[in-house]
Design a protein around this ligand. Structure first.
Ligand code: PMP
Ligand code: GLN
Length: 383
């Protein structure tokens, strides 16, 4: 019989770290602070609204860009928070998580030979998408212990072939955020270019210590070239629902939707109904920063006397810990050993770098109940 030899379009891509570490953690019964997801419940009212929407019969396809009323609600929210108006008619799309929004944006705009600048470390879904469409990833290292944006590096990396720049604030995995000054510098550097800014803002409501999220929407020179992606999963503790959205000026959104209509057409209808009603009331995300700040502080206090060292993160629900006082092993080896020997799972940060990293950093997710954090911290104090 004729054998099929699959031709790989992504020969260098393996199964994601989240799947492999998750499986190893499960196999060893480890406390799982690796993949980013909350291990606590969802607001009962939101669950009730989903069930209500289903019972009311919203069980067929939603309109291609998402239900209009949810787009209107989001448009108002974004204008209130960031002062930029996106027209619900043609500047927004509800997506299957931010992952689909990011993938669709890349597939709509990146073609063979285009360069896409991706700050490193980077969340893992951008680069495979860029490569699938023939784009060239141009890595740009974030600098120093606070993972600061490298504007000199960006200046050098920008060429006539640059099609897109990816930014992610608050940033996974480092927990750093871009400041007002950073955004102003970005405006200056991009102003005379044709570069599209793909702004991953899924942790927009998880910012700490009185700091503010600086959305690309707030900066006119950025907003006019940006596709901004966000995720209901992070904001409402429902990562498994895979619901997100993106906004962009209509010329960009038109191209985005040309792809969106054929890779998914539309996304979960009853959940859109529920999210719309839920979002219309206040108190839905305003306290999220304080909620996770308390968890970050609790976790860091519990491990303060351990041999791990850290600089508290500014946003997201991830904390990087430096283990160089404990071991000289590469982070992948050390992370595996923590699972098998100590029953504690985290993510080795080198996987977020295109060319690896020698740093001795692990990423821990603190979107967990106090009990999980206590159990994790108790192990960490013994390492
Ligand atoms: N971007 C970043 C930086 C993330 O951490 C995540 C979380 N998985 C995503 C995008 C994807 O979001 P979603 O789960 O809504 O697809
Ligand atoms: N965003 C989550 C994290 O960084 C993981 C999502 C996934 O498993 N793809 O942990």
């Amino acid at each position: 019989m004729q054998k099929i030899y699959p031709y790989s379009k992504l020969p260098n891509v393996a199964t994601t770290i989240f799947a492999t570490i998750g499986q190893l953690a499960h196999q060893h019964g480890a406390i799982n602070l690796s993949q980013g997801y909350p291990d606590f419940g969802v607001a009962p009212e939101l669950l009730r609204l989903v069930s209500k929407a289903m019972n009311e019969g919203h069980n067929q396809y939603a309109p291609m860009p998402g239900i209009f009323t949810l787009r209107e609600t989001l448009s108002e929210k974004i204008e209130r928070l960031y002062g930029h108006y996106y027209h619900p008619e043609n500047e927004m799309t509800i997506t299957a998580g931010a992952t689909q929004a990011l993938f669709t944006a890349i597939s709509a705009f990146v073609k063979k030979g285009d360069e896409v600048i991706v700050p490193q470390p980077a969340y893992d879904c951008y680069e495979p998408a860029i490569e699938l469409y023939g784009g060239k990833v141009v890595p740009l290292s974030l600098k120093g212990i606070d993972f600061a944006f490298d504007f000199d590096g960006l200046k050098k990396a920008l060429t006539p072939k640059t099609r897109m720049l990816v930014i992610n604030t608050p940033h996974n995995p480092s927990g750093s955020i871009l400041s007002k000054e950073d955004m102003r510098k970005l405006e200056q550097l991009l102003k005379d270019t044709n570069v599209i800014l793909l702004s991953d803002e899924v942790y927009e409501h998880i910012v700490f210590d009185g700091q503010k999220h600086e959305s690309a929407a707030k900066y006119p020179e950025l907003a006019k070239r940006s596709i901004i992606c966000s995720s209901f999963g992070k904001t409402f503790h429902v990562t498994g629902w895979k619901m997100g959205y993106c906004v962009a000026p209509k010329e960009l959104m038109r191209e985005f939707q040309k792809v969106h209509q054929y890779n998914v057409f539309s996304v979960n209808h009853p959940i859109q109904r529920a999210l719309d009603t839920y979002l219309k009331n206040t108190g839905r995300y305003e306290d999220l920063g304080a909620f996770y700040q308390q968890k970050r502080n609790y976790f860091l206090k519990a491990i303060a006397a351990s041999r791990f060292t850290f600089a508290p993160c500014s946003g997201t629900y991830f904390q990087l810990l430096d283990y160089s006082a404990i071991s000289d092993e590469p982070d992948i080896v050390f992370a595996e050993r923590l699972i098998t020997e100590f029953k504690l799972a985290s993510i080795p940060v080198s996987v977020f770098y295109r060319n690896g990293s020698e740093a001795r950093h692990l990423r821990f997710c603190f979107a967990k109940t106090q009990e999980t954090l206590d159990r994790g911290a108790e192990i960490m104090m013994r390492i």
